[in-house]
Design a protein around this ligand. Sequence first.
Ligand SMILES: Cc1ncc(COP(=O)(O)O)c(C=O)c1O
Length: 441
Amino acid sequence: MSDDVLNPLAVALNERLAEAAPEVLSMLSALGKRLYFPKGILSQGAEAKQKGKRINATIGIATEGDGPMVLPSVASAVDAIDPAQAFTYAPPAGRQGLREAWRDKQLAENPSQRGKKVGLPIVTSAITHGLSIAGDLFIDPGDRVIVPDQLWGNYRLGYEVRLGARIQTYPFFADGGFNVAGLASAMEAEAAERDKLIVVLNFPNNPTGYMLTDAEGQAVVAALKARAEAGTRLVVLCDDAYFGLFYHLGGPSMTESLFGALSNLHPNLLAVKLDGATKELFVWGLRCGFISFGPGRVETADVVNEVLDAKTRGDIRASISNSPQLSQTLVERALGADSIDAERSEKRQLLQARAQEVYRVARDSKYADYFEMYPFNSGYFMLIKVRGVGAERLRTHLLDAHQVGLIATGEHDLRIAFSCLEKEQVEPLFETLAQAIDELR
Ligand SMILES: Cc1ncc(COP(=O)(O)O)c(C=O)c1O
């Protein structure tokens, strides 16, 4: 697209990128290049808030006295929260206090992110929305998105159906662990015909429940760096939806995101972190997540972060305007609570106990003839490869004959969400599974 159809504010942002990190400019999609944050009602309103102390008639809400207009039947359900912190609009990038609190949480839990020039997390309407923003900024029709063959199916809807990209898969596992060589060769093959690739890393993974070991994590970073050094522009999306739920089944796994190690690594590599309160704080329906950028060039990272922040705010303003204030206030308060670490740890231990029980039961040799267990050590899920019966047929039979619900994710793969199983239900579940397979055989 030529510059003369771009808004001057978009041109100015693109010029800043051209000077600070031309590689990042070339990663942007056509929409990403067009995006800017307008000097419209929001920025005029922000000025009026600062200077219009006598009469401020800019705000796009209704007020009464010092606060927002509010109906008692709405406010009474959340009476512990000031209506101004619950029902008013939040800024497009989210509440500043929440952004800073989430950044502090990221740094506390990810030592490799410390000291890196990384953008302040921008609030999204949860991780799905963060992935959608990343797609808007960086994916054009025909672009390739590299993902292992065990993937969250919604990537297809978001990137193939909505944006016209093509998802290129490679086998997730090799030799009982993550297939780093498969990732490297998928990137190499696709890079033969294009300058830019989008790579999605989702650990702990949905649907397998697999988290990388330290050695695998280092190998993934090395493979991405080598591809960047070979001249491919890489937008690496770290989908950290299940972050923190690490159980170390069968051996120790990594306990941090690859985002830290990938940030400021190489000019051709832009790391993007998608994470959120949805799974980590068990508030799925609050729709509160974050997108954070980790530019390659450390010396100009601040400029790149400012530009990407503005383009992201423009994308949010154009699509959902802003994320819910009440959700953000609840998450911000929770993050500030003294007991939050202990509360999260207690729930993680509960999930870990269920995961350990699944790990114990599913490995019983009496089931060897029925299914194979894919490696898992984290998150909400585990996956089995069923022997001799189609997964969809088994799924419907389990529902109809045994009132048991599982998810078929492939021809032979069934996903078990142990996150919603009581520990006592694990053994009966696997017994029923074996019985159902017998019935179908
Ligand atoms: C891998 C992965 N990414 C993202 C999401 C979406 O999370 P959110 O509810 O925060 O949009 C999910 C939820 O199922 C998921 O499994």
